[in-house]
Write a new protein. Structure first.
Length: 224
C-alpha cells in the first residue's frame, strides 16, 4: 500500500513539473511600459493637438521609452597572469658558555655547555592562469529610460528552452543614440556600464556544476 502511495505521489509531481513549460523571468531585465502616444481627445476643434506629434522626417531608430533596440553581441576577452615567488631565509645562533671565576665550565660539569641553533626556511611558489571567453549573437532589448543628456538606458533578456534545460541571455547598460546605426542596431562594445549574462538551467547545466561537498575541498577554508 505504501509503495502504491509513493508511485501516485511521484506521478503527480512529474505532471506538475511538466506543466511548467515557460522559463523563469528575471524582473531586473523585464521590459518597461511604452510611452502612450495616442492623440488626446479633441476639445478645441483644432486639427493639431498639443501633446501629440508626428515625426515625418525622422528615422525609426530607438529613442523613446519602450522602443526596441538590437544589440550585436561581439565579446572577446582574453586574460593571462603568471606569478613566481622564491624566498629563503637562514638563521644561525651560537652561544658559548662563559668562564666561571676563570675556570672553563666544561671542567666543572664534565661536558661542553655551548649551544648552537640554526634554522632554514625556503618557499617556492608558482602560479599561472589563462582565460579566454567569446560571445557572439544578437539580442533585442527595450529602452527603459531616457537620461537628461539624451543617452538611453536599455535592458532585456532572451530565453530559449531546449529539451533538457533553458538558456538565458541578459543584458543591460547605457547607449548613445549617435552610436545606433540606420538598421537600429549597435555593437555590445559600445554599451556603457554593460551587464551581460549568459546562464542556463536544467540537467545539462546541473551536470557541469561542482557539488557542494566538492566545493568544500576547493574552498579557501579547507586547511590542506
Amino acid at each position: 500500500m505504501n509503495m502504491l502511495k509513493i508511485v501516485v505521489i511521484s506521478m503527480v509531481l512529474a505532471s506538475l513539473i511538466g506543466c511548467e513549460v515557460l522559463p523563469k523571468r528575471d524582473p531586473a531585465f523585464a521590459p518597461t511600459q511604452a510611452v502612450d502616444l495616442r492623440p488626446p481627445q479633441q476639445t478645441n476643434g483644432a486639427i493639431y493637438q498639443s501633446g501629440y506629434d508626428m515625426r515625418l522626417f525622422e528615422d525609426h531608430t530607438a529613442k523613446r521609452v519602450g522602443d526596441i533596440l538590437t544589440i550585436k553581441l561581439d565579446e572577446n576577452t582574453k586574460a593571462k597572469k603568471k606569478a613566481d615567488l622564491d624566498a629563503s631565509k637562514d638563521n644561525s645562533i651560537s652561544v658559548t658558555a662563559p668562564n666561571i671565576m676563570g675556570v672553563d665550565p666544561s671542567l666543572l660539569f664534565g661536558k661542553d655547555l655551548s649551544a648552537t641553533l640554526a634554522s632554514k626556511h625556503e618557499f617556492l611558489g608558482e602560479g599561472q592562469a589563462n582565460q579566454s571567453n567569446s560571445l557572439t549573437g544578437n539580442i533585442s532589448v527595450t529602452v527603459v529610460e531616457v537620461l537628461p543628456n539624451g543617452n538611453l538606458k536599455i535592458r532585456g533578456e532572451k530565453r530559449v528552452t531546449l529539451n533538457d534545460g533553458s538558456e538565458y541571455i541578459r543584458l543591460s547598460g547605457i547607449v548613445r543614440t549617435i552610436d545606433i546605426d540606420a538598421a537600429n542596431t549597435i555593437l555590445s562594445s559600445k554599451v556603457a556600464d554593460a551587464t551581460i549574462m549568459y546562464t542556463g538551467d536544467g540537467s545539462v547545466a546541473d551536470s557541469s556544476k561542482v557539488g557542494w561537498f566538492a566545493k568544500f575541498f576547493l574552498s579557501p577554508i579547507f586547511p590542506f
